[in-house]
Ligand binder design. Structure first.
Ligand code: PGA
Length: 243
């Protein structure tokens, strides 16, 4: 894993945008894997700003999001579809039909998972996957204990993940209990991975990733076996970690 040390969240977002934009300019037909949560907000802000100032175009890009809450429709303000619309899709020239996110309001989540995995394969897979990390080491919504062989599946969210995400909802009770997530194997098929880590709350997870063993109890640890991972981490997340 290649690690890039940056000062703070702002610099992390700028560096991530630089790497992503280089790829999009080199390969305008690329498949981008996208993440939600607090971490990539700054990256999306940078992409929107670049689109407005420099006109980088996404008309031929396809995007595949990692996950979606089960039970929320795309119109729900807390769905990841709404998040992506608001943070990125509404502000760049990416055709809406080229943006893929699992459907959370399906009445057959199992089928949705099979369909989503097939969709990824039929499009030739993800070229560059943006990832955040949960404080428990989850990637996507693959919580500790998820098989490294897993493909897109339904997962029950852990109490700590629901609590971490409750800040976006009116109350903890409203946070969905389940999500559809790309599996660990699906994520690992991405040709290249960019992991963003910012803030003191991620310090322990980053230390565990850098110094711990590859183990299903810490999902992100599998990234050590991927041939092309870049981590962009800020000083608060790195702490005293020697890199
Ligand atoms: P965060 O979540 O970006 O909101 O910290 C990251 C994650 O849970 O993967």
């Amino acid at each position: 894993m290649n690690i890039i040390k940056v000062k703070n969240y702002e610099e992390m977002s700028q560096k991530a945008a630089e790497i992503l934009l280089d790829k999009v300019r080199q390969s305008p037909k690329m498949n981008l894997g996208l993440a939600t949560g607090g971490t990539p907000v700054g990256l999306y802000r940078e992409l929107v700003q670049d689109h407005q100032q420099n006109g980088t175009s996404y008309t031929q890009v396809k995007t595949f999001n990692l996950d979606e809450y089960v039970g929320l429709s795309g119109d729900d303000p807390n769905s990841y579809r709404s998040y992506m619309n608001e943070k990125l899709f509404n502000h760049v020239d990416l055709p809406r039909e080229s943006t893929f996110i699992p459907r959370g309001d399906t009445n057959n989540p199992g089928q949705e998972c099979t369909d989503y995995e097939a969709l990824l394969k039929n499009h030739g897979g993800v070229d560059l996957q943006i990832l955040g990390i949960g404080s428990n080491g989850h990637i996507g919504f693959n919580e500790p204990g998820t098989s490294f062989q897993s493909e897109t599946h339904v997962i029950e969210l852990t109490a700590s993940t629901r609590e971490a995400n409750a800040r976006y909802f009116n109350s903890l009770d409203e946070v969905p209990t389940h999500a559809i997530t790309m599996g660990i194997a699906s994520i690992m098929r991405s040709k290249e991975i960019l992991l963003l880590v910012s803030g003191e709350s991620k310090r322990e997870a980053l230390a565990q990733l850098m110094e711990g063993e590859v183990n299903e109890n810490f999902p992100a640890s599998i990234l050590k076996t991927h041939p092309c991972v870049t981590i962009i981490a800020d000083e608060a997340a790195l702490g005293k970690l020697a890199i």
